[in-house]
Design a protein around this ligand. Structure first.
Ligand SMILES: Nc1nc2c(c(=O)[nH]1)N[C@H]1C(S)=C(S)[C@@H](COP(=O)(O)O)O[C@H]1N2
Ligand SMILES: [Mo]
Length: 328
């Protein structure tokens, strides 16, 4: 046992940016082209952010938290809560940079006023402010595991509401089969959006059936407080059985569609990041194994589990879809 464990630790003892990164598939020519034209502007953008980067403003939803914990969702044996100080300082949010230390830059995002457009195959499109949405939705706290496609993982006490409540509010028509989510677009606050080789804005999508599943959670808080900007304020998704890139941050638009939308990562590299992206240790990413994951707190490698351990809740969604690439 222990020698096997040592072996696993050894081959995986590479830093994340070498072992696995969502970004490095970009071919060199594209990168050079991009840097040649946009490199300077990007540096200037990053510098100009530092002034108000850490400015703290009162979040008008702060008084809503903490919310009641739904005890049905537990982390499972051997898993503990990842400390807030780790979770808030190690993030993927490419709008603010293609590395993990974006928390300071992300403070430039203005999260009020914040409106969400709900449109497409719905009875009537609506625009709703985040504070009105918060008033309408039954908020609760859930402890979820979270597994990034780059093979690191964490756990989070999310606050928010089950997505099915938003679907009911949206009143989709019988033509609606998918739900498409879009992140804000404003390169004046998000310098990563000047990197024109990415297909901004960030887009993600799930089926309507997935959206109605009990696990699909719209996040508005974390650690008993409003969700911090670097983690996707004021509204993000949490799909704990899928790779982390599906859990889109800072949502401004939710569209019900008849056709399957193409997501941000799928558009960039469909062979590496598919539509379904369900966790499966037996299906390697083209550039690395998915058999184990690195716990963000302890640094230990632990075995990954199909559907990130949520098979009981979600496996039935895929029973008739075995011909699809469900695990990338
Ligand atoms: N808008 C947007 N949403 C995003 C991303 C992003 O770059 N932009 N990164 C995704 C990826 S790859 C991961 S792993 C998670 C990271 O969430 P965290 O920073 O809260 O851990 O956010 C996902 N949602
Ligand atoms: Mo990720």
């Amino acid at each position: 046992m222990s020698s096997k464990r040592n072996f696993i630790k050894k081959i995986w003892d590479l830093p994340d940016h070498k072992a696995a990164s969502e970004s490095v598939f970009l071919n060199r020519r594209e990168m050079v082209k991009g840097l040649g034209l946009g490199g300077l502007a990007l540096t200037a953008g990053n510098l100009s952010l530092s002034g108000n980067a850490m400015a703290s403003e009162e979040d008008p939803s702060a008084a809503l938290y903490p919310v009641r914990r739904n005890k049905k969702y537990t982390l499972g044996e051997g898993r503990t809560l990842t400390p807030e100080r780790i979770n808030t300082k190690y993030n993927n949010f490419y709008e603010f940079g293609s590395h993990k230390q974006i928390y300071a830059a992300a403070q430039a995002l203005k999260i009020r006023p914040w409106e969400i457009l709900i449109d497409g195959e719905v009875e009537k499109p609506i625009t709703i402010g985040i504070d009105d949405l918060l008033k309408k939705m039954p908020l609760e706290e859930r402890l979820y595991r979270f597994r990034c496609v780059e093979a690191w993982s964490m756990t989070v006490p999310w606050s928010g509401f089950e997505m099915s409540n938003l679907v009911k509010l949206a009143k989709p028509t019988s033509n609606a089969k998918y739900v498409r989510f879009e992140t804000f677009q404003d390169e004046s606050v998000a310098p990563g959006q000047k990197q024109f080789w990415y297909p901004w804005p960030y887009v993600e999508a799930i089926t309507l059936e997935e959206a109605m599943n009990e696990m699909t959670f719209m996040v508005t808080g974390a650690y008993g407080k409003p969700v911090p900007k670097q983690m996707g304020a004021p509204l993000r998704l949490a799909l704990p059985w899928k790779y982390g890139f599906k859990s889109i941050k800072s949502i401004t638009k939710i569209s019900f569609t008849n056709e399957r939308p193409v997501s941000f990562w799928e558009e960039l590299a469909a062979k590496e990041y598919g539509f379904w992206a369900n966790v499966n240790p037996e299906v390697p990413h083209p550039r690395w194994s998915q058999a184990t994951e690195r716990d963000l707190e302890t640094g230990e490698r632990i075995p990954s589990v199909i559907y990130n351990g949520y098979g009981e809740q979600v496996a039935s969604l895929y029973a008739d879809l075995q011909s699809e690439a469900l695990f990338k």
